[in-house]
Every structure is written in structure tokens, then in C-alpha cells.
Ligand binder design. Structure first.
Ligand code: XLS
Ligand code: CA
Ligand code: CA
Length: 437
């Protein structure tokens, strides 16, 4: 069979001292950390869209990246070539999972039926390729944002006919995900949001969104799709006000509509940054609600206010994330999906490998450090001590709901001015840095 990456062999773990740019220095998939292998903890996935569909196009010009699998003139032939390249890449990189949108895998047809048939042809082939390679599907999703019909949104479109088109796509994408044994299904808001209140009935659009999701839950129950449904927050881009702003907004929306038992959050760090948060904040919000489902591992750019989808190479940020993941006992059935793309001027095919290898090594290293911080540093003890006034006596009675406002007032009067206790952020940061090394 034709190879698309003839210059690259299977990427091997060579250890920290290796200087081979096409080898892992930290990601040793069989290494045990905190009772599980790295492979089991990290559950890495490659995304189909950036890696095999994007050529670096931007508003100023077409993409300069020449991807050999996109050279076929017939869109279905191109889709087949793309799939060959994708599975060759997954296998050579050694990732256990991948993720896709319906339209990444198969082109849109001229009717609902033709689009379904196109997708089905490729999905059947993907099933065989999964069986041959052992690579599994972390999640599937539907693209309700690229086609011009979705210019006013998919589920929240002001035109009911467009909502129906969106439903047809999501139904087919859930079927495809189920057929491929996908462990999750993602809803990213796409163009679900608005630019001006003058032409928008926000309350009605959000009610439509909830109803759409409710019908997806019903459909999963009817058809026996048992994968986890995930919602991916993002505050802006493409619309000015996206409805799924951040974790807290999504959790509130789900609870308001009685949907919280059926969904978790797929958090993308770059989207957290765009919402004005440290990604770890948004991830912690989701984890605290018992709703951290999966992570689209990437990073933004501190100076840019848009979604740069860069490979996550920042160690501190990865440690922040992995500490939370370890504290909640892992991400499964979710994982770490690299929703990241090489820069526009990274035009060698090896660049795709470099991006993923660096990110996989970064999170593997972060996993080890996070486990060390959680178990061997002073930080957990210091944190426990910081809240110890609630562990016994009146503090614990307050937590248990046994003290009224008047009781609290009387305690204030008896106890007098509290002793000042330092928050010691600098000390925490210094200890953290000792473990990061
Ligand atoms: C776009 C989103 C998208 C989702 C899947 O900003 O990150 O790629 O992850 O639709
Ligand atoms: Ca994403
Ligand atoms: Ca993004």
C-alpha cells in the first residue's frame, strides 16, 4: 500500500537523554505512574481536522501546506486517501485514539441521503482500519459550522429548516460514532451564539439548544449509544457571544434544563484562555461539579485574542491540568485529544510528528510531576492546613449547616478580631517549582 510518511518509522521511546527529534523522551506508554500505565492515564488522541484536513489557510491567503493525500480531484477518493494517511500517522505515532467531525471524514453530498451514504462508506472503512491497527475512536462529532447554511447557527438557528438539517447531521454522526465504538460524542457550539441582540431572541435560541440536546439524549437511549456526551465550551469565535462560554456557564445551562446527568465537559485550554481564565480554573470548575469528561489539549498565545490551537508545550500548564486529572481519578472514558495544528509556515510532513511528539512528551512529563506534587510535596498538607478551622468545632458545625447568621454574629463578638494568616502564594509557587525541576 502507498505510504504517505515514507521518511518516518514508528516513533520509539528513547529516554530523556535522546536528542532524536523523532523519538519520545518522556512518553513511555508502558511506564507505570500512580498505578496505571502512561498510555492508560493520558489516553492520547489525534484530531482528524487540523492534522489531515487543514493546510494552513487564513484570511490573507490559501494554505501553503501540501498534503499529498488531498491531491485527488474526486472528493470521495480524497477522503479515502486521507483515511489511509490518518491511520498510517496514528500507527506510526503510537496513539491509542483519534477524533473526527463527520465532514472531516467524508464530504457533504447534494442531499441528506447522499451525505449519509458518503459518511457511511468511509465509516465502514474506518471500522476495518481500527480493527487492523488497534486504534480506537475517542469521540465523534458533527460539523454544524462550516457549511454556509449554518451562518446563523445549527441548533440555535432562527430558521427551523436549518435546525432540521443540523439534526440530520448529528443523528448520522451519533450513528457513526456508535458503529465505530466511540467512547464519547462531542457537541461544540460551532456558530451557536450571536453577534447582535437587535436581531436575536437569545432566550428562544437557548431553549432550542436545550431541546435539541434533549432529543439527542433520547436518541442515544433509543439506539443504545452508551458513549459519554460532552459539551465543549468556548466564549467567542466564530460568533461574538457563544452560548457555551465556559465550564460554569455550561454547567448552569445543563442544570437549568435538567440535562446535567447526561453531559460532561470537554475542556479546551485555548478556549479557557479566550474566556479570560487560566485553563486550570475552568478544568477545576468542571471537576468540582463532577463533570470533567475530556480535554482538547492545546494552548493559545498570550498576546493573541484568537484561537491559535497550538501544540501544548508549556510544562507548568500541563502539570496544573494533570494534578486535577489525577485528583479526580483519571479522564476515562475521555482522554487528551490534541486539538492543535502546526503553524502555517510549518510545511514539512515531519512537522506534524514534531508537534505531536512534543505535546505527548510534555504531558507524560507533567503526569509524573503532578503525581509527585500530589504525593510528595508539602502543598496538599499546606492546603489542608489552610482550611483546618472548618475541620472541627464551630467551623465544622457551620459546614454542616448547624449555625445561623445570629450564631455566627455571636461567635464573632466572642472571638474578637481574627489572627492574620498569610496565603503564602510565593511559598506555594517555590515548592511547586522545586518539583517541576
Ligand atoms: C473549535 C473547536 C472544535 C471542536 C470540535 O474551536 O475546538 O474543533 O473541538 O468541533
Ligand atoms: Ca476543541
Ligand atoms: Ca480551539
Amino acid at each position: 500500500m502507498k505510504t504517505y510518511f515514507p521518511n518516518t518509522e514508528k516513533i520509539q521511546f528513547e529516554g530523556e537523554s535522546s536528542r532524536n527529534p523523532l523519538a519520545f523522551r518522556y512518553y513511555d506508554e508502558n511506564r507505570i505512574v500512580a498505578g496505571k500505565t502512561m498510555k492508560e492515564h493520558l489516553r492520547y488522541a489525534v484530531c482528524y481536522w487540523h492534522t489531515f484536513c487543514g493546510t494552513g489557510a487564513d484570511p490573507f491567503g490559501p494554505g501553503p501546506q501540501q498534503l499529498p493525500w488531498l491531491n485527488a480531484s474526486n472528493p470521495m477518493e480524497q477522503a479515502h486517501q486521507k483515511m489511509d494517511a490518518a491511520f498510517e500517522f496514528f500507527t506510526k505515532l503510537g496513539v491509542p485514539f483519534y477524533c473526527f467531525h463527520d465532514r472531516d471524514m467524508a464530504p457533504e453530498g447534494n442531499s441528506v441521503e447522499e451525505s449519509e451514504a458518503n459518511l457511511w462508506e468511509l465509516v465502514k472503512r474506518a471500522k476495518d482500519k481500527q480493527a487492523e491497527s488497534g486504534v480506537k475512536l475517542l469521540w465523534g462529532t458533527a460539523n454544524l459550522f462550516s457549511h454556509p447554511r449554518y451562518m446563523n447557527g445549527g441548533a440555535t438557528n432562527s430558521n427551523f429548516d436549518v435546525v432540521c438539517q443540523g439534526a440530520a447531521q448529528v443523528k448520522a454522526a451519533i450513528d457513526a460514532t456508535k458503529f465505530l465504538g466511540g467512547e464519547n460524542y462531542v457537541f461544540w457550539g460551532g456558530r451557536e451564539g450571536y453577534d447582535s441582540l437587535l436581531n436575536t431572541n437569545m432566550k428562544r435560541e437557548k431553549a432550542h439548544f436545550a431541546e435539541f440536546l434533549r432529543q439527542c439524549v433520547n436518541y442515544a437511549e433509543e439506539t443504545g449509544f452508551t458513549g459519554q456526551f460532552l459539551i465543549e465550551p468556548k466564549p467567542m469565535e466564530p460568533t461574538k457571544h457563544q452560548y457555551d462560554v465556559d465550564s460554569a456557564t455550561v454547567i448552569g445551562f445543563l442544570r437549568e434544563n435538567g440535562l446535567e446527568k447526561h453531559f460532561k465537559i470537554n475542556h479546551e485550554p485555548n478556549h479557557g484562555t479566550l474566556a479570560g481564565h487560566d485553563p486550570a480554573h475552568d478544568i477545576q470548575v468542571a471537576a468540582d461539579a463532577g463533570m470533567l469528561g475530556s480535554i482538547d489539549a492545546n494552548r493559545g498565545d498570550a498576546q493573541n485574542g484568537w484561537d491559535t490551537d497550538q501544540f501544548p508545550t508549556n510544562l507548568n500548564s500541563a502539570v496544573d491540568i494533570m494534578r486535577i486529572v489525577l485528583q479526580q481519578g483519571g479522564l476515562a472514558p475521555g482522554g487528551l485529544n490534541f486539538d492543535a495544528k502546526t503553524r502555517r509556515n510549518s510545511t514539512d510532513l515531519e512537522d506534524i510528528f514534531y508537534g505531536h511528539i512534543g505535546a505527548m512528551d510534555n504531558f507524560a512529563r507533567a503526569l509524573v510531576i503532578a503525581d509527585d506534587v500530589n504525593n510528595n510535596s508539602e502543598i496538599p498538607k499546606m492546603l489542608k492546613q489552610r482550611y483546618s478551622s472548618f475541620d472541627a468545632g464551630q467551623g465544622s458545625a457551620f459546614e454542616a449547616g448547624k449555625l445561623s447568621l445570629s450564631d455566627l454574629r455571636d461567635l464573632a463578638a466572642t472571638k474578637g478580631e481574627p489572627t492574620q494568616i498569610s496565603g503564602q502564594q510565593e511559598l506555594y509557587e517555590n515548592i511547586y517549582n522545586i518539583h517541576i525541576g
